[in-house]
Design a protein around this ligand. Structure first.
Ligand SMILES: *Cc1c(COP(=O)(O)O)cnc(C)c1O
Length: 379
């Protein structure tokens, strides 16, 4: 089955009681048993809920995986992956990382004896320099936020395999429509479902997808034992969101390309970061491992003045000033004072987050209107 068909049908059966075509919202905490242990597959909704289970099957199918598990947020999904490790284990992660991922690694798990290395994975050699017998997990995010760097998943997976470490990929920015890390050798795919998968800025949710039976056992054991599960209503909303994922992503990509090219021609714009440009440092890898380049774009301004950037982000009308991404509506943000404000200026500038950097999550409105909005704000 191809992607669009799976997005709409995989894991979904008409309701056995009524024939309802849409998976009902099973808003229930428990399930009646005919006799002790004699139930219909569900005992308690932390452990399993039919609406959530339908979504988990659907997510597994679109990521080309066997098993899916949903969590209360993207960070709760990351929490589950790190809980598969033991004190003394080491993790190698990309240094250009979602801030919340960095925070949970450093401030929650380091004190339980897990060691984290943050390396620049644009040069794969940097992984080989720190990998050792204790390395149990490699954590990759690609494309990265907000610099849109592309990391070679297949190359990293080879290093992971030869060192008996798991490879987990945060696939939030690309979505399975554009990139399927399990096909490239990853062991676990993680999503902030909050973003493109939900797609309508109305749910906070996370997910993990994997193929390996042993990893799946651990994933479900931790999901049930730690209990950071997602609600039936939210599961329903995301099931509905995913039905249009492929159509939305087509438009996100089209609009992304039009706006990236337009920005490139603007005299006030200095650099434009979008992996679809042939001039992008990792365009070749992007072309190999992605099926499109998405709607996330960052750009800097000539002169690099923080005041110019602040003026632009507050002057757009269709691009709303907000954190988050991946919804149908366009968003604009200023990493230096928003998502990356807690990182010292020198540190963030090293990774490219300079004062005038502006990040766009290009929505699926009409591109001409979006360009007109940016044009006015820049004037
Ligand atoms: C938002 C985000 C997360 C965290 O997900 P939440 O749903 O906000 O907990 C993790 N990784 C990336 C790349 C994100 O954009």
């Amino acid at each position: 089955m191809k992607f669009g068909t799976k997005a709409i049908h995989a894991g979904l059966e008409p309701d056995s009681a009524t024939g309802a075509i849409m998976t009902p919202i099973y808003q229930t905490s428990t399930y009646i048993q005919d006799g002790i242990g004699n139930h219909k597959g569900f005992e308690y909704s932390r452990t399993g809920n039919p609406t959530r289970q339908a979504l988990e099957s659907n997510l597994a199918a679109i990521e080309n995986g066997k098993y899916g598990a949903c969590f209360g947020s993207g960070l709760a999904a990351i929490d589950c992956v790190i809980k598969m490790l033991n004190p003394g284990d080491e993790v190698i992660s990309t240094n250009d990382l979602y801030g919340g991922s960095y925070r949970i690694f450093k401030t929650i798990f380091e004190k339980y004896g897990i060691k984290f290395h943050f390396v620049d994975m644009l040069d794969i050699e940097n992984i080989s320099k720190v990998v050792n017998n204790q390395t149990k997990l490699i954590w990759v995010e690609t494309p990265t936020n907000p610099m849109m760097n592309i990391i070679d998943i297949e190359a990293v997976s080879k290093i992971a395999k030869s060192n008996d470490a798991m490879l987990a990929v945060d696939n939030t920015f690309a979505t399975p429509y554009l990139q399927t890390p399990l096909d490239l050798g990853a062991d676990i795919v993680m999503h902030s479902v909050t973003k493109y998968l939900g797609g309508h800025s109305d749910v906070v949710m996370g997910a993990l997808i994997c193929n390996d039976d042993k990893i799946a056992d651990e994933m479900y054991r931790i999901q049930n034992s730690s209990g950071a599960v997602t609600a039936p209503m939210d599961s329903f909303l995301v099931l509905r969101g995913i039905k249009t994922l492929h159509v939305r992503l087509q438009r996100h990509c089209e609009n992304g390309e039009k706006i990236a090219r337009w920005l490139n021609d603007q005299p006030k714009v200095d650099k434009v970061y979008w992996p679809g440009f042939e001039s992008h440092t990792n365009h070749d890898i992007a072309k190999r491992q992605m099926r499109g380049f998405g709607g996330m774009i960052s750009f800097t301004l000539v002169g690099n003045q923080i005041e110019d950037a602040k003026q632009i982000v507050k002057s757009t009308h269709l691009f709303s000033l907000a954190e988050s991404l991946g919804g149908v509506e366009s968003l604009i943000g200023h990493p230096a004072t928003m998502t990356h404000a807690s990182i010292p200026k020198e540190e963030r500038e090293k990774s490219g987050v300079v004062d005038s950097l502006i990040r766009l999550s290009v929505g699926i409105e009409d591109a001409d209107d979006l360009i007109a909005d940016l044009e006015k704000a820049m004037a």
